[in-house]
Write a protein that binds this ligand. Structure first.
Ligand code: SAH
Length: 354
């Protein structure tokens, strides 16, 4: 049995033809799925014979909701979603003035080992397929009863460590009779796997690239992110400059601000010097405390100081508005709590932390 969401509409058309069906059935089926019908038997204009064939070959891989948490002011909803094999991931929907934005996971767990991040604590379990990523959005959309118009790949997992599936997902998601989410409304966040950044720019996508930099020099970055032992900041910045040249898109740098680790005036000045003259934006994220480490958020004064120093050097920046802290909405925390409680780590076949 295959997840029908892993098929693009063209692939599904081919399947129909190969299986003695009319190719236009592919569009009809997708129309139902994107309307929130996740069962072939409920698709009214599909003949019973076709339904039988579909039921024999496919399932509709939309995950089930095992937990849903809504923040008190209702601007954030967090979902723990369970796939067919029992693996659990999380995604978050945030309501903004400009529409609903979803933060999706790209892997079950993660093998990047960043020291402040809860997603990586149990290592990588497995990567998600493109259809499973689509499934997160379809489920969340059905749950909130509203359209989702923006996607950030910033949940659990490293998108560029799951390159082929992520690229297929990005291409499927803005297909016009699918979710129809434009690439300019999609942000991919990576810890900086340099060769894959070069591959990504060749895909001719109009998505926003976000780099989790978190430190202004390699010495400090190595202390908090193992990937820094593999690729230098120089290599990342050069790849980003090429990305900007090729795509004409502004790059975002994420900087999780940790008290007494990377939040000094000198750190901000050094960051400004490496980003000087680039078409970029810095997203300052006051670190979310995670039970398994002892990182702390800097004081508001220090956060503002970091931002002011960047502004003084003409580096555009924003301090990320905190949403959903009352519901454990930060990277991997909800799943982590869930696994701690149920002690349920399944299907472990992923690699080790880098
Ligand atoms: N692997 C990708 C995407 C997932 S993490 C990446 O590294 O970019 C999404 C963002 O949240 C990254 O910038 C990550 O470094 C950051 N993050 C993870 N845990 C965090 C925490 N506890 N507090 C603040 N930011 C965190």
């Amino acid at each position: 049995m295959e997840n029908i969401l892993d098929y693009t509409q063209d692939e599904l058309k081919q399947w129909m033809e190969l299986n003695g069906e009319k190719s236009f059935r592919a569009k009809q089926i997708n129309d139902w799925i994107y309307k929130g019908i996740f069962n072939f038997d409920d698709m009214k204009n599909i003949p019973n014979e076709t339904k039988a064939k579909l039921n024999n070959s496919f399932y509709i891989g939309v995950p089930e909701v095992t937990h849903r948490l809504d923040s008190k002011n209702n601007d954030t909803s967090k979902f723990l979603l369970k796939f067919k094999d029992g693996n659990i991931i999380e995604c978050v929907v945030m309501k903004y003035d400009y529409g609903n934005s979803i933060c999706i996971s790209t892997q079950v767990g993660c093998r990047m080992g960043c020291s402040f991040c809860a997603s990586t604590i149990g290592g990588l379990i497995r990567s998600l397929s493109s259809g499973e990523m689509l499934g997160e959005i379809l489920r969340a959309q059905k749950e909130i009863g509203e359209r989702i118009s923006n996607i950030v790949l910033m949940g659990s997992g490293e998108p560029l460590d799951n390159y082929d599936n992520v690229v297929k997902f990005l291409k499927t998601v803005n297909f016009d009779n699918g979710l129809n989410i434009g690439q300019r409304h999609i942000t991919l966040s990576t810890c900086g796997i340099v060769p894959k950044i070069y591959d990504l720019m060749k895909e001719n996508l109009q998505i926003t690239l976000a780099i989790s930099l978190h430190a202004p020099n390699d010495y400090l970055r190595k202390k908090i992110m193992p990937i820094a032992n593999k690729y230098t900041i120089d290599e990342i910045i050069n790849a980003c400059k090429d990305y900007i040249k090729t795509t004409k898109r502004r790059v975002t740098f994420e900087y999780s601000l940790v008290k007494d680790v990377n939040d000094s005036t000198e750190n901000a000045e050094e960051l400004a010097s490496i980003l000087k003259g680039m078409l970029c934006h810095v997203n300052i994220i006051p670190v979310n405390a995670v039970k398994e480490n002892d990182y702390e958020k800097p004081s508001n004064h220090r956060i503002k100081n970091f931002s002011d120093v960047l502004t003084k050097f003409n580096i555009e920046n924003t301090i990320r508005k905190e949403m959903g802290t009352d519901i454990n909405a930060a990277c991997g925390q909800l799943r982590r709590n869930y696994l701690n409680q149920s002690n349920e780590m399944r299907c472990k076949d992923g690699g080790d932390v880098i």
